[in-house]
Design a protein around this ligand. Structure first.
Ligand code: MN
Length: 202
């Protein structure tokens, strides 16, 4: 069985940038539903139910065809939200340091240029999806978009940072102003965690 992890902070911890009500609906509503639907889709599939969520997303071809789409969507929804909560926080550190900072500068010029490129990519997600910073198959940093709950994990990429641009992530506070939500998002990043994910890839 897959379980809903607690948020690693209070629902109100990201105020005023991400409001408490959005966090409650996002975690207790949306994320919880992905977990529930994933367990329901895999009922009776003991081996798949006991897999690590990332391994499941890497092995979708092993999932029976009649439930594969439902498993892909809900396993993605579960993993992506679990991942997202870990890279959010009080935003004490305004930007990454160390090896990740050096890598971002070498690929994008500097951190501000990276933010601009990431934002432009997030504005281009049509409908629901995510923008990611991943380490790709060649070991390079890459900004990439995924639709719906399709996962970078399933195509061999290692996510180190993301923004959820499904409307449920911002609509209560920002309505249709995705750009304002993206600008606010930079204030609530746990860069220590993003650095940790990056350092694990090398
Ligand atoms: Mn979401």
């Amino acid at each position: 069985m897959f379980n809903l992890p607690d948020l690693p902070f209070e629902y109100s911890a990201l105020e005023p940038f991400i409001d408490e009500e959005t966090m409650r609906v996002h975690h207790d509503g949306h994320h919880a539903t992905y977990v529930k639907n994933l367990n329901e889709a895999l009922e009776g599939q003991t081996e798949l139910l006991n897999m690590d969520i990332k391994d499941l997303l890497k092995s979708l071809d092993q999932v029976p065809e009649d439930i594969r789409t439902k498993v892909k969507n809900n396993a993605g929804g579960h993993f992506h939200h679990s991942f997202l909560w870990t890279i959010l926080g009080s935003g004490e550190k305004e930007q990454p340091e160390g090896k990740l900072s050096e890598k971002i500068s070498s690929v994008y010029g500097d951190f501000e240029k990276f933010k601009e490129e990431f934002k432009n990519s997030a504005l281009k997600v049509f409908g629901s999806g995510y923008t990611w910073l991943v380490v790709n198959e060649k070991g390079n940093l890459e900004i990439t978009n995924t639709p719906n709950q399709d996962s970078p994990i399933s195509v061999g990429q290692i996510p180190i940072f993301t923004i959820d641009v499904w409307e449920h992530a911002y609509y209560l506070k920002y309505k249709n102003k995705r750009a304002d939500y993206i600008d606010a998002f930079w204030n609530v990043i746990n860069w220590e965690k993003v650095e940790e994910y990056f350092n694990q890839t090398s």
